[in-house]
Design a protein around this ligand. Structure first.
Ligand SMILES: Cc1cc2nc3c(=O)[nH]c(=O)nc-3n(C[C@H](O)[C@H](O)[C@H](O)COP(=O)(O)OP(=O)(O)OC[C@H]3O[C@@H](n4cnc5c(N)ncnc54)[C@H](O)[C@@H]3O)c2cc1C
Length: 510
């Protein structure tokens, strides 16, 4: 293992897989190697015979933060990958038929004076107590609803940001992968298919991967082989923890629908709860990437297709029939192999946790654990397990709904509400959710905390106004402060949103 500044043969990091996870790993590890002045070479091995997953097109704000960190131009990214803006998720018919709520991803508490340790939840508690929608104090709720861009144009023609919050993107996974690859300069790339591994008889560490063109030796391996899990599961025998008892879907039927000429592009992901799962709709600049994520316990693929064609009013051409076991590796890092992306974990794509999770995992690994001691491995595995388990619980909360209209939704109510979800809801019947209910990740990396929970809990009708009122009654000064802030932000955002450029107009002007 090299220490900073040591002169010796470089250690060899070998990343297997050239999908989004593989190229994110290459970009982020290369950056860490430079920053930490380590003597490490990075090679990506990908197989042109095995396609990437071809779906997965919604991100969180972390993706934009990453672009900024690397000095990569957001506008170039939007232009070259046909990406669009995402302010949040529109949840259609989750609570009940005919009902819809939005989950904007900005946190209004970040622009407020903290009350004690920031960020807090007092604005949300005030909104619930006052009978207002939590999302009314979110800038992104207005931009999302009016189909706007996050920028207005100044008199001199340049763009001005509508607010300080990071938005997210929707993109074509293949184009984004190519773009990341283009920007990961100086990385060796080998086109080969890994068919096995040579491991050390004593330690079990991988010494080389065996490919269809020969062996590739390495000191550390990153398994980004997607659902194949070629190293972490197949070679090292890593065990998979299934979440199938808590999250009900196990199959996806992706398809595309072209955007019509001149049609406005929604700056949000649509998640439309259906008979046996839910339909995603994610716009790029030329098409909607759509798909039905469902449970095949309740629906055959033929019936799934018929249901969607009936709902959309036209025929669709499914691009794939994906089956998955939602869950995660028990240990994301085994021996000298780190798994990242679909090989490490997969949840249904409801809150776009996958690419987000990979970015945060790579940040944690590259910032804290590059020395790769056994303590590093243990700490990383604890972190990765907690991160994905927390995502599972957040997604599970979306399934606490009033719907009982199909066998799927009846089963969801009777079988799929997990114990952590029940415990949280019981807790929050007695008092409002607080920032302190969510343990931050090490390094305070972005996570599913109260800023994301509140709009969902509010949208699903799971917050008790009387409890919020009791909280505000006990804190009259806080109520005054919160009322002032809520009135101010609501008025400000309502007035500002019409000044933002239209989403399509903005994208076309780049
Ligand atoms: C239905 C669905 C919807 C999704 N929606 C979202 C979303 O909205 N937002 C989000 O964040 N995420 C989403 N995801 C997840 C997202 O697609 C992935 O996190 C992301 O694309 C990363 O995938 P990956 O790189 O791990 O795997 P892949 O894209 O499958 O790439 C695997 C790579 O490994 C290579 N490979 C595989 N085996 C071998 C081998 N033996 N030898 C050499 N190379 C090999 C392949 O050639 C390929 O390059 C979704 C996933 C699914 C299934």
């Amino acid at each position: 293992m090299n220490t900073p500044g040591a002169i010796s043969q470089p250690e060899r990091f070998v990343i297997i897989g050239g999908g989004t996870a593989g190229w994110l790993a290459a970009l982020m590890l290369q950056d860490a190697v430079k920053r930490q002045m380590r003597n490490i070479s990075i090679t990506v091995v990908e197989s042109s015979k095995i396609p990437t997953i071809g779906v997965g097109e919604g991100t969180t704000a972390v993706f934009r933060q990453m672009l900024k960190y690397f000095g990569l131009d957001e506008f170039a990214f939007l232009k070259e990958t046909e990406a669009t803006i995402k302010f949040g998720i529109r949840h259609k018919e989750w609570r009940k038929l005919g009902h819809s709520y939005d989950g904007p991803i900005d946190d209004p508490h970040l622009v407020l004076e903290p009350n004690g340790s920031a960020p807090q939840s007092y604005l949300d508690i005030f909104s619930v107590a006052a009978g207002r929608a939590v999302m009314d104090t979110h800038l992104f709720a207005y931009l999302l609803d009016r189909q706007k861009a996050p920028y207005a144009r100044k008199a001199d023609g340049t763009f001005v940001a509508m607010g300080p919050f990071h938005h997210a993107f929707h993109f074509d996974q293949a184009l984004a992968g190519k773009w990341l690859r283009k920007n990961a300069k100086g990385i060796e790339m080998i086109d080969a298919q890994v068919i096995g591994a040579r491991c050390n008889g004593e330690t079990g560490d991988i010494e080389a991967v065996i490919t269809d063109t020969g062996e590739i030796a390495g000191d550390f391996f990153v398994d980004c082989t997607g659902f194949r899990k070629s190293l972490i599961s197949k070679e090292l025998g890593g065990s998979w923890m299934s979440y199938r008892d808590t999250l009900p879907v196990n199959r996806a039927m992706p398809f595309w629908v072209d955007l019509k000429d001149g049609e406005e592009i929604p700056p949000y992901t649509l998640a439309w709860a259906r008979d046996a799962g839910w339909l995603w709709s994610i716009p790029t600049q030329t098409r909607f990437g759509m798909g039905y994520v469902y449970s095949d316990e309740f629906l055959t693929p033929e019936k799934a297709q018929a249901e969607i064609e009936n709902a959309l009013g036209h025929a669709i051409e499914p691009r794939n029939d994906l089956r998955f076991d939602i869950g995660r590796q028990k240990e994301a890092w085994l021996n000298n192999c780190l798994s990242v992306g679909l090989s490490s974990s997969f949840l249904e794509p409801l809150e776009a946790t996958s690419i987000h999770g990979s970015i945060v995992q790579l940040m944690v690994f590259s910032n804290f654990h590059m020395n790769r001691t056994s303590e590093d491995r243990q700490a990383y595995n604890t972190f990765a397990a907690r991160q994905v388990d927390d995502f599972r619980d957040f997604i599970n909360m979306h399934y606490v709904t009033e719907r009982r209209d199909t066998p799927f939704w009846q089963a969801v109510a009777s079988r799929f509400v997990g114990e952590p979800t029940k415990a949280r809801l019981e807790h929050w019947h007695a008092r409002m959710p607080e920032h302190a209910d969510f343990t931050p990740l090490p390094g305070r990396f972005a996570h599913a905390e109260q800023q994301l929970y509140y709009p969902v809990l509010d949208g699903l009708g799971l917050l008790d106004r009387a409890v919020a009122q009791k909280h505000m009654d006990a804190h009259p000064q806080l109520r005054r402060k919160a009322k002032y802030a809520a009135d101010y932000l609501t008025a400000e955002y309502r007035a500002a949103a019409p000044r933002a450029l239209g989403h399509r107009e903005f994208l076309q002007s780049l």
